[in-house]
Design a protein around this ligand. Structure first.
Ligand SMILES: [Zn+2]
Length: 435
């Protein structure tokens, strides 16, 4: 029998908890197999292989699967097809549908690994590998919770769905957004959504802050670098923009605090990141050995990433930046700029008394013996599409793993964490689908 940690041993195990605990070897094996498929995005490798694994695992337990390729979505091609899978187990009588959505893609490995990122090394009670915590461990935990639930309660009400979707790491357009656009998250067919992102087993993530990405381009006039007074340097204009950010914008953003329970604490204010800046000559090609030429830059481009709060309106966020740029223009006679919007997502936060929140909160209390922590993510995840396109607001993120390990070398997920969060998911299914 698998061992339980001392703090959780005091909570009595139900038959379903026990069934999940007994499935530990199956859970570890499944997590390792998921990790061993290198679904790196971009470019979006091996999505069909990971869908196939999910199908092979769930079909013997009575799940019916549908494959959906996001034809025409960003990134989809015959070389890199955007495959998604939805598996559904029908109960014996009508009821709600509880849907677990996991993204199957992972980011590239980067440097600094001490284990093979795609071997699924098991060491000291942890499974290591790219995607172990973000979020193949969560996907495996939800699959184990679902199969144990349907074996324990074959005549449950409603239905249990598991989806494996692609491209979350690059915006989710070929994954959850595509499914939402095609009705898969219509509130008439799905009532509760849990996204097992790595938020820790006792935390419920209600939503995320908003995002606005934009590009600012300052314009100048090209001239010979030895006579800069004959030109107009676009980089100096951008320097003035950055100075205005430092003296006017950043202090204002730091004062703006939210009631949203965003973690980490530093993200409970509005933030602005400068993603990139470029002015003047293009970077030389690798291997170019010559010198640069003497030119006054006539263009400088900056991409900004503004994260905003429930208490802010997107229009105000845009107007505030616009005002800062206009102020810069007052002191600089030749200041000209263009502002191009790239992308925006509104903040979202599911209500604490939404049915899925109440069910998971209760399951955490009963299984772990502790009060759940309610959190909001500093960055967005696929909930944005379920909320905005699917118009389904009964959605949270809940899953095993430590968020800080996501995208890092030697990423891992704790086996006991996966077991306990699978038990919380199992109890959640019991409270929503047994009637
Ligand atoms: Zn993730």
């Amino acid at each position: 029998m698998p061992s339980l940690t001392s703090d959780s041993a005091s909570q009595a195990l139900t038959p379903l908890d026990q069934r999940i605990a007994d499935a530990q070897a199956q859970l570890v094996d499944l997590t390792r197999k998921l990790i061993s498929i290198p679904t790196i995005n971009p470019p979006g490798l091996d999505y069909a292989a990971v869908c196939d694994l999910i199908e092979q695992f769930l079909v013997p337990y009575g799940f019916k699967v549908e494959w959906v390729r996001a034809i025409g979505a960003m990134g989809d091609s015959d070389k890199y097809p955007r495959w998604n899978i939805i598996a559904r187990h029908e109960g014996s009588h009508p009821g709600d549908c509880v849907h677990f959505n996991s993204h199957t893609d992972v980011v590239s490995t980067g440097e600094g690994w001490t284990v093979d990122p795609f071997e699924g090394v098991v060491k000291d009670g942890k499974v290591y590998g790219r995607g172990a915590c973000d979020m193949k461990g969560g996907l495996a935990a939800s699959m184990i919770a679902a199969i144990c639930f349907v074996v324990e309660h074959p005549d449950h009400a409603g239905s249990v769905e598991i989806s494996g979707t692609c491209d979350e790491e690059s915006g989710g357009f070929g994954g959850v957004a595509y499914l939402a656009e095609h009705g898969w998250f219509d509130p008439a067919r799905v009532q509760h959504v849990i996204i097992p992102e790595p938020l820790n087993k006792d935390r419920i993530c209600l939503g995320h802050r908003g995002v606005w990405w934009a590009e600012i381009e300052t314009h100048g006039h090209i001239a010979h670098g030895s006579m800069p007074f004959l030109g107009d340097c676009a980089v100096r204009h951008m320097g003035a923009v950055m100075e205005a950010f430092e003296t006017k914008l950043y202090p204002r953003l730091a004062l703006r605090r939210t009631e949203m329970p965003v973690v980490p604490e530093g993200a409970r204010q509005s933030t602005l990141n400068i993603n990139s800046i470029h002015g003047g000559l293009a970077e030389p090609e690798e291997g170019y050995t010559g010198m640069p030429s003497a030119l006054v830059p006539d263009r400088c481009r900056m991409v900004i990433d503004r994260r905003f709060l429930m208490e802010e309106q997107l229009d105000d966020v845009k107007a505030e930046l616009h005002d800062v740029l206009e102020t810069v223009g007052k002191d600089r006679a030749t200041f000209r700029y263009e502002l191009k919007e790239l992308f925006s997502v509104l903040p979202t936060m599911t209500a604490r008394d939404a049915p899925v929140v109440l069910a998971v909160a209760d399951a955490i209390r009963q299984r772990l013996g502790s009060e759940p922590q309610y959190v909001v993510s500093p960055g967005t995840y696929d909930q944005k599409h379920i909320d905005r396109i699917g118009r389904l607001h009964n959605c949270i993120a809940y899953g095993p793993g430590i968020l800080d390990l996501a995208h890092q070398p030697d990423e891992y997920v704790g086996i006991q964490d996966m077991i306990e969060s699978a038990q919380v998911m199992g109890r959640t299914l019991q409270s929503l689908l047994l009637s």
